[in-house]
Design a protein around this ligand. Sequence first.
Ligand code: TRP
Length: 329
Amino acid sequence: MDTVVSGIRSTGNLHLGNYFGALRNFLKMQTENNCFFFIADYHSLTTHPKPDDLHGNIKQVLAEYLACGIDPEIATVYIQSDVPEVTELYLLLNMNAYVGELQRTTSFKEKIRKQPENINAGLLTYPVLMAADIIIHKAHKVPVGKDQEQHLEMTRRFARRFNTMYGVDYFPEPDAYNFGKKLIKVPGLDGTGKMGKSEGNGVFLADTPQEIRKKVMRAVTDTGPQTPGEKPSEPVQNLFNIMKVVSDPATVKYFTEKHASCEIRYGDMKKQLAEDIIKVTDPIRERITEILSDKKYLAKVVSQGAEKARASASKTIREVREIIGYRSF
Ligand code: TRP
């Protein structure tokens, strides 16, 4: 069995993009692999969440994970900060990570541009912490979206570097993993780009049907096709792309043809799209609410996950310390 590791930062509710891009892959993997799925709450500290918000953020993402169908009896589901071994490996890996390569990371350069007032060292070493998350369980496969490709490449490099440095064949080099050929990219409702947590263009799994209808009806479109067979503009194509993910093929075909013949009424298309989104999200939303109200269940999942994750992580740390040269007195 291959070992799979993936995490999601606890920085906001999960949206349709997370669901179709990441979580559905997790679900497919959980039965055939030894899976570790965690909430990356240490990573979330780079944006300085308020102490009053931190716990709620973690709890929400955990409930959303579970509501989507991740089974804590099959996969190991845990909170990153419950596994302090990760931070030890992070420290050890930091000794072999070069400032130059970290500064050249795309995500770091983007952060410098976006939040010049808070360029903390945690942002610089973010890829090292992510590498520690992954190789602490000696993972083979990491289901992540395209935006994490470079981080994963760095993980491979850090794993290889450790092996070379100590002349061992200890850490496997993990591969990015995605089901199917195409990476699913769910666009936002604002006309351009992908759905994001903080872009204000997303449909969240926890949104009520009324909220979803309102958001979809407000989605950006255009003034309508002028000539038959015309290619849809980007905002309209985005709506079609979401439709391809949530609706059945006959619905997509119907509206595609209406667009091609210039008969499309975007209002009708949006109404249909909203209902098809609700079909996906509503059962999940109900489960989120249910799970959030079951404190005992959540506590059990968390402690069981922490125990399993720590068993795996502490074994690695023991071996790594040995390889590095620590000896008992
Ligand atoms: N960096 C990832 C993201 O922003 C989250 C993450 C942290 C992660 N550690 C990980 C993903 C380990 C996969 C494996 O989406």
